[in-house]
Design a protein around this ligand. Structure first.
Ligand code: GLP
Length: 244
């Protein structure tokens, strides 16, 4: 199935559309298993989900979540950890049960064994119904950097210099950006029953165009999504530039 692309005017509209999409899925299935992403792109969507909960009673009490990735070596209270991000941006403001939220453990004693456990937890929850994704400038999804095998599962990865530099804006210095991360694999992501990818801004235009129209190649990890049966991209005009 080709990737469905919805082009919206700007970041604000992208955020509202994405939140509405998730809210609709949640109303249809209150015990939705939701895959979550971090980064700056989904922040607006999370803000709107919080508003929908607080003002319109959107109910997360039965929702189960699995995050895509986490930096290796960062404790959950570190301000740049994805654990901290998820609490501050979403979980602290909605009625989700903490025991229903899952984020890869950046401090796992045996990270390899932990990755297999994470896969088992996803399976035990019945698989992911709806996976939210961002996209890196180099086409990464989660932390599946270029070169990641299409059959990859949850594992420890080394971050590319591009990604470390892109994410350095959140840290005090480049040296502080972790070198490794735990990420769901491309095959793990592809097993989600539905995928929703968000991209905003001109810096993402090339990655979006190559993911949607380009050859399927491990050099552009998001291009694997062309093989998914139910994948939608919501992109703003700037990020849609290369789609022609
Ligand atoms: C990060 C995350 C990805 C995210 C991407 C884009 O490194 N691991 O899950 O989608 O890079 O981030 P941003 O939305 O801040 O551009």
């Amino acid at each position: 199935m080709p990737i469905k692309v919805i082009v919206v005017k700007d970041y604000e509209e992208l955020s509202l559309r994405a939140a509405r999409h998730i809210a609709k899925a949640l109303r249809a299935k209150p015990n939705l298993v939701l895959g979550l992403a971090t980064g700056s792109t989904p922040e607006g969507c999370y803000r709107e989900l919080v508003r929908l909960h607080q003002e319109e009673g959107l109910d997360f009490s039965q929702v189960v979540t699995f995050n895509l990735d986490e930096y290796l070596g960062l404790p959950p209270e570190h301000e740049q950890s994805y654990h901290y991000y998820m609490r501050k941006k979403l979980f602290d403001h909605i009625n989700i049960r903490p025991e229903n939220t899952h984020i890869p453990d950046g401090l796992a004693e045996d990270p390899e064994a932990y990755c297999q456990e994470y896969e088992a937890m996803i399976r035990a929850a019945g698989g992911i119904d709806l996976q939210l994704l961002g996209i890196g400038r180099n086409g990464h999804i989660g932390f599946n950097e270029p070169g990641s095998p299409f059959d990859s599962r949850t594992r420890v990865v080394k971050l590319t210099e591009t990604t470390r530099r892109d994410n350095a804006r959140f840290f005090r210095s480049l040296e502080e950006v972790p070198i490794h991360a735990v990420t769901m694999g491309l095959a793990t992501i592809m097993e989600a029953r539905e995928i929703l990818l968000l991209a905003s801004g001109a810096s993402k235009a090339e990655a979006v165009a190559r993911a949607v129209k380009g050859p399927k190649t491990t050099e552009l990890p998001a291009s694997i999504l062309q093989d998914h049966a139910n994948c939608t991209f919501i992109v703003d005009e700037a990020a849609a530039e290369g789609l022609g």
